[in-house]
Design a protein around this ligand. Structure first.
Ligand SMILES: Cc1cc2nc3c(=O)[nH]c(=O)nc-3n(C[C@H](O)[C@H](O)[C@H](O)COP(=O)(O)OP(=O)(O)OC[C@H]3O[C@@H](n4cnc5c(N)ncnc54)[C@H](O)[C@@H]3O)c2cc1C
Length: 266
């Protein structure tokens, strides 16, 4: 059993403009000449390699006004979209994270974010929890190792209860005429009731940039639960290289109880 002290979030996929399709679209819709001019926004949207998510955001914005031929540089353009709260254009850009080292109590809060997200979470019915890890609540890290060891002892006890429950159920269910796969699943789904909220869970989580901004604002603030706040800061660090302009208003600071927090730059 491991006692986890930090969440892990890895960007495993993200929105990527298709240069060939964009070029074909431009020619078909009479924007070929504009695209061929090096000085235009459309040229850089189609041909740049950098800023893939924000090039899609810029495309969506300029598509609204047919303003592909001239105008501000990308950074100023996107800042203006943010200032004007032209939110829908940020919904076209997605990041997909592989997440681990978070607790079931964190994901209970995470799944409350319904808009612009997709969630696929590890099953406690199919995946045997006998070797599960636990996430140490940040406040216990703040309070010191004696709090952590008390917490660890309680989790170890709960895990023993889980294993006992599960073994007893498996023995009884074996006597029924069920396939081994089915009795394991039924035993796991019942035994998991005694696992604590601190049980580690893993998930694939996709979110668009508009929803990510909202998530970081409300889950990165000091009032948020400490574990989800720490997680929001981790997400920010991982998302920021993919959306440098869009997330440039955020800054990380040292919040209370030794857990970082997020705020908008003043
Ligand atoms: C500090 C803190 C404390 C909290 N405490 C509690 C608590 O004690 N109990 C509890 O149950 N929850 C609590 N929550 C959860 C909170 O109420 C939200 O459910 C959660 O943060 C998801 O936010 P959201 O609805 O804005 O996100 P999303 O579901 O992603 O929605 C994004 C936005 O879309 C709009 N929207 C979405 N759905 C609707 C709708 N049906 N109608 C109108 N507009 C909609 C809203 O503008 C919303 O902000 C807490 C959250 C925080 C940050």
């Amino acid at each position: 059993v491991k006692f986890i002290r930090q969440p892990s979030a890895t960007v495993i996929a993200s929105t990527l403009p298709n240069a060939e399709a964009l070029a074909a679209w431009a020619r078909e819709h009479g924007f070929g000449e504009i695209m061929d001019d090096y000085a235009t926004p459309l040229h850089s949207i189609v041909h740049d390699q950098a800023d893939p998510l924000e090039r899609v955001v810029e495309f969506a914005g300029r598509h609204c006004y047919r303003s592909f031929g001239k105008g501000r540089e990308r950074e100023a353009y996107i800042r203006n979209l943010l200032d004007e709260k032209h939110g829908s254009v940020f919904e076209h850009a997605y990041l997909t994270f592989a997440i681990s080292g978070v607790s079931r109590s964190l994901t209970h809060e995470l799944v409350r974010h319904r808009v612009g997200v997709a969630i696929s979470q590890e099953s406690q019915r199919y995946v045997d929890a006998s070797e599960i890890n636990f996430v140490v609540p940040p406040i216990m890290l703040f309070l010191g190792e004696s709090s952590v060891s008390t917490f660890s002892a309680v989790c170890a006890y709960e895990l023993d209860s889980y294993c006992e429950q599960k073994d007893a159920l498996v023995e009884k269910l074996k006597r029924l005429n069920l396939s081994p796969r089915m009795f394991t699943k039924r035993a796991n789904e019942a035994a998991r009731s005694v696992l604590p909220n601190a049980a580690e869970t893993r998930l694939t989580w996709t979110i668009n940039l508009r929803s990510l901004i909202h998530f970081l604002l409300i889950r990165g603030q000091e009032e948020a639960d400490l574990e989800i706040r720490r997680f929001a800061v981790e997400l920010f660090h991982k998302a920021q290289p993919h959306a440098q302009i869009t997330l440039s208003d955020f800054e990380v600071y040292e919040g209370d109880f030794g857990v970082p927090a997020l705020r908008l730059k003043s």
